[in-house]
Design a protein around this ligand. Structure first.
Ligand SMILES: [Zn+2]
Length: 247
């Protein structure tokens, strides 16, 4: 039985692994496996300091930058059906850009000389991420007094300054926690009124969740009401939702 002849058509090397007629170093020299861009631009919301990641806005952190870059790499590899293994990303902030070092390996079908299972090809590159300052839809709304809900916090007995502050801080902390998923989860204004205070809240969904959690914690039932305030562009009725918490 004759062994298939194996050598690199470019450099003539006869040992090692071969991809498309080339040894691995010669194959890598062609450098066409994955074309990573030298730089990518990510939207940065200058009001909330968040980054756009797909359809979401996420807190600006090195971890989120790495996730965004990983997403780009995977979407570049997907059409070629290249598996990405051992993806490592390091993020470094330098002045006006973010330097991102990327390394991974991918498996390409060897084929030549009847090698089964493919050949692991290492890849490393550095790219720059630039933040483009912009304003998200949610930030635009929040900065123009948009609020879908009002939370009324009321006290049966006049609270001490400390009690009032503590309840307010608690509601604000819960809204902040919801903001991870709901961009409009913010109080755009707080008003002192007789018997307590009102919070104007961007997201009705967040207001409902926070009211429910406060109610559960303190064993009270939030009182819900709504008021028609007009029509949406698509012809549906627009409401202002009110949640009242009575302590
Ligand atoms: Zn070669």
């Amino acid at each position: 039985m004759l062994a298939a002849s194996r050598f690199c058509v470019k450099c003539g090397k006869e040992i090692g692994e071969f991809v498309k007629g080339l040894c691995v170093p010669c194959f890598l020299e062609k450098g066409t496996l994955i074309e990573l861009p030298k730089s990518i631009t990510v939207d940065y919301d200058r009001r909330s300091g968040r980054l756009r990641s797909g359809r979401d806005w996420v807190p600006d952190s090195d971890g989120e930058v790495a996730k965004i870059v990983a997403g780009r790499i995977l979407s570049l590899a997907a059409p070629q059906k290249l598996p990405i293994e051992g993806l490592a990303i390091t993020v470094r902030r330098v002045q006006d850009r973010i330097a991102v070092a990327v390394s991974f390996s991918t498996i390409v079908e060897g084929g030549d000389g009847g090698v089964a299972g493919g050949v692991s090809i290492p890849f490393s590159a550095e790219l720059s991420v630039y933040l483009r300052k912009t304003i998200s839809d949610a930030s635009m709304k929040l900065s123009s007094n948009y609020h879908e809900a009002i939370m009324q916090v009321r006290f049966a007995k006049r609270p001490t300054l400390e009690e009032g502050r503590q309840k307010l801080a608690e509601v604000l902390a819960l809204l902040k926690a919801e903001k991870r998923k709901i961009e409009l989860s913010e109080a755009i204004d707080t008003k002192n009124v007789p018997g307590g205070f009102d919070l104007l809240i961007g997201s009705a969904k967040a207001a409902k969740k926070v009211a429910t959690r406060m109610g559960r914690k303190y064993g009270i039932r939030p009182i819900y009401s709504n008021k028609m305030i007009g029509m949406n562009d698509n012809g549906t009725t627009k409401y202002r939702h009110t949640y009242c918490l009575k302590f």
